[in-house]
Design a binder for this molecule. Structure first.
Ligand code: FAD
Length: 491
């Protein structure tokens, strides 16, 4: 059987199919040096419905009762994971599919560990130090060692060990069918078009976020101008191939995961800087647009419940940019990504001097707005506590700030320019709980499964951080099992 793609979902499918006795060929359109899709750019954080913290011992290397005694990790089970997705997607997520994701998340991470992926607690990104203890916030305590790169290295090693064949620089172009089932694939291989027969095919070749044309068509005006956070190889070809043979599209075809991304970042991902073009400390400051106005609630929730929808907010601002503003109180708390060399930044000792440096911003209105903001926040009663939603909210502003509302008044002042960085697209192929691709007539298309970002109807409008890798791994593994079974029966 054939797996298209070599990212997280594809490699889970390939390894699971191999475990189930299939001969597996993985097709990757990128070269070996560029392989791995968006997974390669991912921080590697994975959302999991673990229940009580002790259950993380099944996944996190070296975690024992003694280590757990030094950290505070709130219980978070499949029901809470499901509720988070339901709330953020405005109750549109496909409940049958999401039930599978949340219910199998812990077991799938344990399986990934058995395949060689190593996990650790996410101290750097998701924990706040309180004296000698670490409090984990945002229900996201688990990440892969070495991020997405580390995860992929483990998969590729296991693939080599178990006899999976990998072909690089080979792009799938068209699905080949016999009657109503898929029996192979047509590929472009170094300038030649050829056909490869297969008992089953798994499409795990990402969304269409790297294709400006499809972004404009499906997502709408200005999305063609967004920066691509990850791979340039997710061009939507997999989606088109499946639609061409009668597969159904589903989910929010006009929606995408997108974040605050450095204004001068390259057009698509850069592996040296990786995800450090993102700027995610906005809950501890404010964001202003060209008019010198705030336009969203920076403190609506922990950043991992808001970051995936705030990129789209930037798209609607004049000039498609904003500046994030921090004062001396917040600067020490900024995430590591603010300290990279490739950053668009201004710094000054007074707000007036900063206003002059904010390229493209109405300086007069900016200063008035800061005055209004500072008058609308509660009196300062101690340092900012990033580990809890502190309920310190503004009063009387048209655009509220619901938590962490401190005045912007303590020098020095820093500002960071951001624009929309698209991560992945929300709409995609319709699958059932066995990851079988569904046709527009409501039937499974024989021999065709899908997993990962190419699948639609899991996420709408927004997304809880760390869910993409988990959804891809859960359905990747299932797709591999289903496809292996189909390939066996097709023999
Ligand atoms: C900067 C960044 C940080 C992120 N951080 C996180 C995080 O911490 N946690 C999290 O859960 N998610 C994160 N994500 C999202 C996460 O990366 C994705 O949800 C996940 O990696 C998608 O996996 P996938 O296997 O579906 O697709 P990908 O990993 O994108 O793989 C798709 C593969 O298909 C290949 N391909 C495409 N078209 C073809 C074709 N026609 N023929 C052959 N091959 C083809 C591509 O080259 C690629 O190998 C992040 C994303 C980015 C960009």
């Amino acid at each position: 059987m054939i797996v298209v793609g070599a990212g997280n979902a594809a490699m889970c499918a390939a390894l699971a199919a191999r475990e189930n006795g299939a001969e597996v060929l993985v097709l990757e359109s990128a070269s070996e040096a560029d392989r791995g899709g968006n997974t390669r750019y991912a921080a590697g954080q994975m959302r999991v419905g673990f229940g009580a913290a002790k259950n993380l011992m099944q996944v996190v290397e070296g975690l024992d009762a003694e280590a757990l005694a030094h950290v505070d990790i709130e219980d978070y089970g499949p029901a809470e994971f499901f509720d988070d997705v339901a709330r953020l997607t405005q109750y549109r997520t496909n409940a049958d599919l999401m039930d599978v994701v949340v219910g199998r998340s812990l077991d799938t991470l344990a399986w990934m560990r058995s395949q060689g992926v190593r996990f650790q607690l996410s101290f750097g990104r998701q924990a706040h130090r309180e004296g000698k203890r670490f409090r984990f916030w945002g229900n996201l305590p688990c990440e892969a060692w070495g991020g997405g790169v580390g995860m992929l290295e483990a998969y590729y090693k296991q693939a080599a060990r178990t006899g999976i064949t990998m072909l690089y620089g080979v792009a799938a172009r068209r699905l080949v069918t016999s009657g109503d089932r898929v029996c192979g694939i047509e590929v472009a291989d170094r300038g030649e078009v050829r056909r490869i027969d297969a008992g089953a095919v798994v499409l795990a070749c990402g969304g269409f976020e790297s294709n400006a044309d499809m972004r404009a068509m499906y997502l709408g005006p200005n999305w063609d101008l967004a920066k691509v956070r990850g791979t340039r190889f997710n061009t939507g070809r997999g989606l088109k191939m499946a639609l061409d043979i009668g597969a159904a599209a589903c989910g929010q075809m006009s929606g995408a995961h997108s974040t605050c991304w450095d204004l001068n970042a390259p057009e698509s991902g850069d592996l040296i800087v990786g995800d450090s073009y993102q700027k995610h400390s906005y809950p501890f400051g404010i964001m202003v647009n060209a008019r010198g106005e705030r336009f969203l609630d920076e403190g609506a929730d922990f950043r991992n419940y808001t970051y995936a929808k705030y990129g789209a907010e930037l798209l609607h601002q004049p000039g498609m940019f904003a500046w994030q503003i921090f004062d001396g109180r917040a600067i020490a708390m900024l995430r590591d990504e603010y300290r990279v060399r490739q950053v668009t930044k201004a710094r000054a000792d007074t707000l007036e001097a900063l206003a002059e440096k904010l390229e493209g911003v109405d300086a007069k209105r900016f200063l008035e707005m800061i005055g209004e903001f500072n008058r609308a926040v509660p009196a300062v009663d101690g340092p900012i506590n990033a580990g809890v939603k502190d309920g310190r909210s503004t009063h009387g502003l048209a655009v509220p700030k619901s938590n962490w509302a401190y005045p912007i008044d303590e020098p020095p002042f820093e500002a960071y320019a951001v624009t929309t960085g698209i991560t992945f697209t929300f709409g995609g192929l319709k699958i059932d709980t066995q990851a079988r691709v569904q046709s527009t007539l409501g039937q499974s298309i024989g021999g065709l499964c899908a997993a990962g970002e190419i699948v639609g109807s899991l996420f709408y409008h927004n997304y809880p951080g760390g869910s993409g890798l988990t959804a891809g791994a859960v359905f990747g593994r299932i797709a591999g099992q289903s496809a292996a079974q189909h390939a066996r029966s097709a023999r």
